[in-house]
Design a protein around this ligand. Structure first.
Ligand code: M6R
Length: 609
């Protein structure tokens, strides 16, 4: 779960690599390194810690050269240390390699290579690749990698340079993401297109078992057997500055604020008039297929899983299709029974989460039709799905997912409402009202963001509490889980997300004055029950922050503080409720001086199982 970059051109490779790595730091940030070919020699600088440390090391030991590769690491094999960080280098110091992925048969390969006299300096799986390339190298770097790849099992995206070839960079992929950025007189490689967008808007998205042999003026794409690959460049649709903070203190804050616009873009061309049907380009399902569906299975990890939980609710309530939602990491373990006419909806911001990808393959193999709800265009999950409905959120850099979550729910709501329309699961009038309410969501999100100061005042009252509980029921149980996840991942405050109905079965024992409870009590089917739960907590001296609809008179009487949200149909409230909960987590973490965009131990994209 790392980020790789590479540059070949006429500029200083270290500057380009450092800037590219900065945009990939969300993929891991426990150590980093850069290798450059300079005057026929390979020079390497590696450090433990974030990119700031690498930048400082490069100030002290500048590397001069216009061919280089770089890496930011999230440790899997071997602790964060200088020797374990990439680039890894062949024993003769002439070949350097950066890698994202996991080599599953590395132990066996390492034994073989050690027997053949190769000396290993790190504990990583990656080091076997560079020694294998070296073993097969006889002057042709591309051929050596192809030969080495035959022996590799597992996942890799690699960048390779060699002191003998100052005019060449090799890149290859199997299961881990990789793009080649197309420049003029210069070319780039990176784990994602956001890393190269500053310099080019045209990329080749490399597929599994493909590689690129890159010079300053040419990019040759082949498969790993050396057969040419014909590929049209992909034009990145967002502007070069989309991945900048734009005046916000953190990416997370910027991304929370981007939600109204992103919602508008998500609806664009799909739902324009409440009286008209929803159109979902990319869904790739006929009306007949939709009518024939017997089951929908959502699967995802983390925040995307919470969106899937909301999706399960929407699918059953609106389209009346039996639905379930699995944690992707657990799906394979229960060997799920997949009936005929099952639709799997795979939810992922990055489209690269390893557990989710494995679950997708499992469901596909068992005969499910697979549609993904993804943000990153052309990502692995998008490409392996039968249909893909993009959430159109634009780049999400903050490790804590915010805009992707609300847009995932909105996209799933569009799918569920479309299914309801085709299958007749919901009355026509009700559907028109739901579509009208969806069209109002961008404006409501805007209003919610305008109320940020009041959320900040609530945060100021509670940020010293060591423990918290988030309670919800029904469609807002996932909101409670997501509210708790947001708070814990960026503030490190202990936060439990629970069904309010489960309170009396255990968690109520935690209630005391230093534990605050966030109770989601918007009007709807479970409102009265939520009021009962709030009273039970208050009776035990627990402070309560209620989340309620504007104008509610009961919740302010019961709760100590209220986060207000504009009224909308209950089924859409997970979208509106999410925004004050994101802001609450953000401001609490900010008051605690946490590293909000890069919380400890986390990476934005988890590309290992
Ligand atoms: O890229 P994905 O949506 O597949 O990522 C899934 C989770 O890793 C992700 O949502 C994670 O839980 C976030 N840190 C939550 O903020």
């Amino acid at each position: 779960m790392c980020g790789i970059v590479g540059y070949i051109g006429t500029r200083q490779a270290t500057e380009i690599c450092l800037a590219g790595l900065k945009r990939l730091e969300y993929r891991g940030y426990d150590s980093a390194g850069i290798a450059v070919v300079e005057d026929g020699e390979l020079e390497v600088v590696k450090v433990v810690g974030k990119l700031a440390a690498l930048s400082q090391a490069l100030d002290e030991t500048p590397l001069d050269g216009s061919l280089g590769i770089g890496h930011t690491r999230w440790a899997t094999h071997g602790k964060p240390s200088e020797t374990n960080s990439h680039p890894h280098v062949s024993n003769d110091g002439r070949i350097a390699l950066v890698h994202n992925g996991i080599i599953e048969n590395y132990a066996e390969l390492r034994d073989q290579l050690e027997d053949q006299g190769y000396e290993f300096v790190s504990e990583t799986d990656t080091e076997v690749i560079v020694h294998l390339v070296d073993k097969y190298y006889d002057g042709d770097l591309a051929a050596a990698f192809r030969r080495a790849a035959e022996e590799l099992e597992g996942a890799f995206a690699v960048g390779i340079i060699c002191a003998d070839h100052p005019d060449q960079m090799i890149a290859a992929r199997r299961f881990s993401p990789l793009v080649v950025g197309i420049g003029e007189g210069e070319n780039f490689i990176a784990s994602d297109m956001g890393a190269v967008r500053e310099w080019t808007d045209r990329v080749y998205v490399i597929d599994d078992d493909e590689m690129a042999v890159i010079s300053r003026d040419d990019i040759e794409l082949t498969d790993l057997k050396g057969e040419p690959v014909d590929r049209e460049p992909y034009v990145i649709p967002w502007p070069a500055d989309a991945a900048q903070k734009g005046g916000h203190k953190h990416f997370m804050h910027k991304e929370i604020h981007e939600q109204p616009r992103a919602m508008r873009e998500c609806l664009l061309g799909r739902l324009t008039d409440p009286e008209r049907a929803i159109t979902l380009e990319g869904l790739n399902m006929t009306d007949e297929e939709i009518r024939g569906l017997r089951k929908v299975v959502f699967t995802a990890c983390g925040t995307a899983y919470h969106a899937g939980l909301v999706g399960r609710f929407l699918m059953e309530k609106l389209a009346r299709i039996p639905a379930e939602c699995d944690l992707a990491a657990e799906l394979r373990a229960r060997d799920p029974v997949v009936l005929d006419h099952t639709l799997a909806i795979i939810v992922s911001q990055s489209g690269e989460t390893a557990d989710t990808l494995v679950a997708l393959r499992e469901l596909k193999e068992k005969g499910a039709k697979v549609v993904s709800v993804v943000n990153v265009v052309d990502s692995s999950i998008a490409r392996e799905s039968d249909g893909v409905v993009y959430i159109q959120a634009g780049p999400e850099i903050g490790v804590a997912s915010t805009k992707a979550y609300t847009l995932q729910i909105l996209t799933i709501a569009l799918i569920a409402a479309h299914f309801a329309d085709v299958r007749g699961g919901t009355g026509e009038h009700e559907l028109i009202e739901l579509r009208r309410a969806m069209l109002s969501l961008p404006e409501q999100a805007h209003e919610l963001i305008e109320r940020e100061d009041s959320v900040k005042s609530v945060a100021a009252k509670y940020y010293r509490c060591p423990n918290s509980l988030f309670l919800g029921r029904g469609v807002n149980l996932p909101s409670a889980l997501e509210g708790a996840l947001k708070l814990k991942e960026i503030s490190y405050i202990h936060a439990e997300g629970y069904s309010a109905g489960e309170m009396k079965h255990g968690p109520i024992a935690l209630v005391e004055p230093s534990l605050f409870t966030v109770a989601i009590a918007v009007k709807g089917d479970v409102y009265d029950k939520m009021i009962g739960n709030i009273q039970e907590i208050k009776a035990r001296s627990g402070p309560v922050i209620g989340v309620a609809f504007d104008g509610d008179t009961e919740i302010p009487r019961q709760a100590d503080d209220v986060l207000w949200v504009p009224e909308c149909p209950e089924l859409l409230t997970p979208i509106t409720v999410a925004i004050p909960l994101q802001l609450l987590a953000y401001h609490i973490a900010d008051m605690m001086d946490r590293e909000i965009d890069q919380p400890r131990n986390l990476a934005k994209t988890v590309t290992v199982e």
